[in-house]
Design a protein around this ligand. Structure first.
Ligand code: GDP
Ligand code: MG
Length: 711
């Protein structure tokens, strides 16, 4: 394969709502570029992009697919992304390395939740966007309304560069406002015929063309001057101005395509080659040490691994984008994050499961290497002389769905950890962790669908049957008032006896609130508890009634009980313990005696100090269409949510709420069914608060029963 110069490379990501037609468009683009000679279809399960078993089974993209099309002397790298919210991690990676996102719109549906989420993310990361209006041949398609919604939701700089002449059944023609011609498509061929704009469309086309010229002029001062002087721009000036506007995100063109019938795809690809930025025209990235990555072939090499996939018969493939220098086969590289050495044995240009060898990759291009030893997604590879360089890591969305994983056959339990770790290396939004506290293997992800796909892989690919169970909730225990307790540990049996007596006063630890202590504190120790909160341990001992050497043993005894709270066995927190009196025996006192005395005194005191169970509360944000507000609110209230506020965001509403984690189980599924998949949400741990009395009673009862079972 030809080696492409930076200026001849275009990197585009196909993004947008589920089923908007991204995978079908990718297929048409590969066909137009001659990479395939027959267009497959998602329905016939033979597209280049959706080739994995899980995708064929579901007829939906689950992973992003990297492809390329050589077109009019340029190499267009295409990353086809999944549309479901559950797989947004793939979109994050694609947006990190593409220079332009192509956002597909289903003209029947207007702005969808996928559009909204992707727009917001692209805006935060300054990714230029081109809108592609698809599904125009349906009876209910509405180009104008969809454009109106886009402008209302996002920005008035979203501007058509084409509009359909005959949308709905029979759609096959558009007015192209750049060429100022009418284009007529013929089914399946990708060809179009060019006609003069019919008289009936002339006025409208002139006016919209005028708007484009103004947009182009606004993106650059010199162009503005030319425009003022001549009242218009030449075609070349128009193109230059629009490109600048796209790069600076002050202009977002809207094209019309028909991905299924291959309408307008070649025209759109022509636009990609002539009017979208090459990588070096985009703002440069810097390494974390401040080195400017200028896409210069003669600079030291820096490449970023944005995706890892595991392919049958081949193993691990690492997809990288080159930001500086060049990469050749058999080159020695250094992983900037781990310092480990890597040799690139083979380099490929990849299109789905097809690969073509390349000998060299130049800056801005995307390629793939296989069998890297110790390099994963989100890491930087460098030439040895700048081995320490690192690029900023991609930030994935927080997990919002969790399950406990257990092998059906307990003999398989050991293997599961390794399998889940491999899944995580391919999809970093799957997070696996063994919780010592809950004694469960917890898998977190973006939604029930996301985790079910992981289950499918474990069962179908790794051939291990597993159960996904509801995970336990990490409750906490604390106290609400002060209490005293004394405990004497005494044992007289045969030889040496045991003796220790401890008197303590405990009270709640509340940051910044002083406590009127009846016992002067002589020594204090603050423990930051690993599970959050504090334990303050004060010695108020006078006259040496307990030897200083026994104090650590008392603290140890208290810590044991704090790790296994007296109410439900959960971690306790935010407690001040004052040891103010006690007794020793000249012969029988030892550390173990004081540990036991400390532990039991603490348990007694805790029970009398108004103990309460705390539960984790999450800050939840739900994005939903206005008309679903009532249903979503009712559901949230049923989940003990406290509504913190409501705002409108474009055509969507945002509800902010505090919701107990215990009530969030299966929320992604519930929300999806209440809103027919038109809403999304995020959640982030907020704080621990006391559970209501009725919930506390239930939890205490459940714990008692569990203890009884275990006896
Ligand atoms: N009628 C019509 N169907 C389309 C069009 N684009 C895609 N489809 C169909 O819509 C479904 C989803 O398409 P797909 O490419 O998988 O969408 P993706 O989820 O965005 O990748 C498939 O059944 C396609 O055949 C279009 O422009 N018109
Ligand atoms: Mg798809």
């Amino acid at each position: 394969m030809k080696v492409y110069q930076t200026k001849d490379i275009r990197n585009v990501a196909l993004v947008g709502g589920a089923k908007s037609g991204k995978t079908t468009l990718a297929e048409s683009m590969l066909f137009e570029a001659g990479l395939i000679n027959r267009r497959g279809s998602v329905d016939d399960k033979n597209t280049v992009s959706d080739y994995r078993d899980i995708e064929l089974e579901r007829q939906n993209s689950v992973f992003s697919t990297v492809m390329y099309a050589e077109y009019q002397g340029k190499k267009i790298n295409i990353i086809d992304c999944p549309g479901f919210d559950d797989f947004f991690g793939e979109v994050v990676a694609a947006l990190a390395v593409c220079d332009t996102a192509m956002m597909l719109m289903n003209a029947q549906n207007g702005v969808e939740v996928g559009t909204e989420v992707t727009w917001r993310y692209a805006a935060r990361n300054n990714v230029p966007i081109v809108f592609l209006m698809n599904h125009l041949e349906h009876e209910n398609s509405n180009f104008e309304e969809t454009v109106r919604q886009l402008r209302h939701s996002f920005t008035n700089s979203i501007t058509p560069v084409q509009y359909p002449v005959n949308q709905g059944l029979g759609f096959n023609a558009v007015i192209d406002l750049l060429k100022m011609k009418m284009l007529k498509f013929s089914e399946g061929t990708g060809k179009y015929e060019v006609f003069d704009i019919p008289a009936s469309e002339q006025a409208k086309a002139e006016e919209m063309h005028g708007q484009l010229i103004e947009s182009a002029a606004e993106s650059d001062e010199t162009l503005m001057e030319v425009f003022f002087e001549h009242g218009t721009l030449t075609e070349e000036e128009l193109q230059k101005g629009l490109k600048l506007g796209i790069i600076r995100r002050s202009f977002f063109p809207v094209f019309c395509i028909g991905s299924k019938h291959n309408f307008g795809v070649s025209r759109m690809m022509e636009f990609i080659t002539t009017s979208l930025p090459d990588p070096s025209e985009m703002p440069h990235h810097q390494t974390t040490t401040g080195r400017d990555l200028k896409y210069s072939q003669t600079d030291p090499t820096t490449a970023f691994v944005f995706k890892t996939s595991i392919e049958p018969h081949l193993g691990q493939i690492s997809f990288l984008k080159l930001y500086s220098g060049e990469i050749t086969e058999a080159m020695d590289m250094v992983n900037g994050n781990t310092g480990s050495k890597e040799r690139l044995t083979q380099l490929f240009a990849v299109a789905g499961k097809n690969r073509e060898k390349v000998e060299k990759i130049l800056p801005g291009d995307i390629g793939a290497a296989i069998k890297l030893k110790d390099t994963y997604t989100n890491q930087t590879l460098n030439s040895p002389k700048n081995g320490d360089d690192q690029m900023a890591k991609m930030v994935y969305p927080d997990p919002k769905y969790r399950v406990a994983v257990k092998a059906k056959n307990s003999a398989d339990d050991e293997k599961i950890g390794g399998i889940l770790y491999e899944l995580h290396s391919v999809d970093p939004t799957l997070i696996v962790e063994y919780s010592k506290e809950l004694k469960q293997l917890i898998l977190q992800g973006q939604g029930e669908l996301h985790l079910n796909i992981a289950k499918w892989q474990i069962e179908k690919v790794n051939k291990i049957d597993v159960d996904f169970l509801a995970p336990k909730i990490p409750y906490r225990e604390t106290i609400t008032k002060s209490a005293k307790a004394t405990y004497r540990h005494k044992k007289q049996s045969g030889g040496a006896g045991q003796f220790g007596e401890v008197h303590m006063l405990i009270h709640p630890y509340i940051e910044g609130t002083p406590f009127q202590n009846e016992f002067p504190v002589r020594g204090t120790q603050e423990e930051l508890l690993p599970w959050g909160g504090k334990l303050v341990f004060n010695s108020c001992i006078v006259g040496g009634v307990i030897d200083a050497r026994f104090m650590p043993a008392i603290l140890k005894g208290i810590m044991e009980k704090i790790e296994e709270g007296p109410l439900t066995g959960s971690y306790a927190r935010d407690i001040v313990v004052n040891v103010y009196d006690g007794k020793m025996h000249p012969v029988d006192s030892n550390e173990i005696s004081f540990k036991l005395a400390g532990r039991n005194a603490f348990r007694e005191a805790f029970k009398n100090a108004g103990p309460k169970i705390l539960e984790p509360i999450y800050d939840v944000e739900v994005f939903l269409p206005e008309e679903k507000m009532g249903d979503v609110m009712t559901d949230l209230q049923g989940r003990r949510a406290i509504i913190m506020g409501m705002e409108s965001e474009g055509t969507f509403q945002k509800i902010r709420a505090k919701v107990p984690l215990a009530e969030m189980s299966r929320y992604s599924t519930a929300l999806s069914s209440i809103t027919s998949g038109r809403a999304t949400y995020t959640m982030k741990f907020g704080e621990y608060t006391q559970v209501p009395p009725d919930v506390q009673t239930q939890l205490l009862k459940a714990y008692e029963e569990q203890e009884k079972d275990e006896e």
